[in-house]
Design a protein around this ligand. Structure first.
Ligand SMILES: N[C@@H](CCC(=O)N[C@@H](CS)C(=O)NCC(=O)O)C(=O)O
Length: 224
């Protein structure tokens, strides 16, 4: 596929997950800054026309359709690219684990940022800081669940139950979009130092993805 897609992005935000995948596929992309600010509420206002939830990222496909949700983009871009580099195909041993942890990332972990980043959307001001602290603690617990999966190689799928984590990727020998998510999300709160100390396998898989030739320039642009 050579037609250009448009990615609404904010450096360091979830758009980096999609920008990195587009780079892996060498797909042409036009980046559109989403408001040019790091204030989530200002970004939400700037994005509202494209994404009713006001979130980044949003993708405009070659046919003009708008797509939100990074997991949907992850699956769709693999289809458009006709590639299984990032998304193990239906017959792959890692397929079920890939889908499980992709959905875990976006359905369990990622929403905690919506709650934690602007807590006053959900709770009144007295108590917002305490709420935010609890959200971050819960997020840490979710990351530990994923670390345990990597440690037991449960993440590599049923056929590998009981095997040890060999890395360098979350699914073991198999690079995937999970590692791209980890490259970006381990830069977010609770922050790289916490991941290095508490979830070293997740950190290692993310760092390995961040170091890949196609991904490194995207990481530098977003986090440099
Ligand atoms: N489920 C969405 C989550 C997107 C999301 O939470 N994006 C954050 C930035 S990383 C955002 O736009 N936050 C601003 C807000 O929620 O108002 C996805 O996977 O794309």
């Amino acid at each position: 596929m050579t037609a250009e897609v448009v990615l609404y992005e904010n450096p360091g935000w979830g758009s980096a997950i999609v920008e990195a995948q587009l780079a892996v596929y060498a797909m042409p992309v036009r980046l559109v800054p989403a408001g040019g600010t790091r204030d989530p509420q200002a970004v939400a206002r700037a994005m509202a026309e494209v994404n009713p939830l006001g979130q980044v990222p949003a993708l405009v496909l070659p046919g003009g359709g708008v797509m939100t949700e990074t997991a949907a983009m992850t699956l769709h871009l693999a289809d458009l690219a006709r590639s299984d580099v990032l998304v193990p195909g239906p017959e792959a041993a890692e397929r079920a684990a890939f889908l499980r942890w992709l959905v875990f990332l976006v359905a369990a972990v990622y929403p905690s940022f919506a709650y934690g980043d602007v807590p006053t959307r959900f709770v009144p001001e007295p108590g917002a800081a305490a709420f935010q602290a609890r959200v971050i603690e819960h997020r840490k617990a979710m990351w530990r669940v994923m670390e345990a999966a990597a440690a037991s190689s449960f993440g590599s799928g049923p056929r590998f139950l009981g095997a040890r984590f060999l890395g360098p990727w979350f699914l073991g020998a198999r690079f995937s979009a999970i590692d791209v998510y980890l490259a970006v999300m381990t830069r977010w709160r609770p922050g790289p130092a916490w991941f290095q100390a508490e979830t070293p396998r997740l950190w290692a898989a993310g760092a390995a993805a961040a170091g890949r030739a196609e991904v490194a320039p995207v990481m530098a642009r977003n986090f440099g």
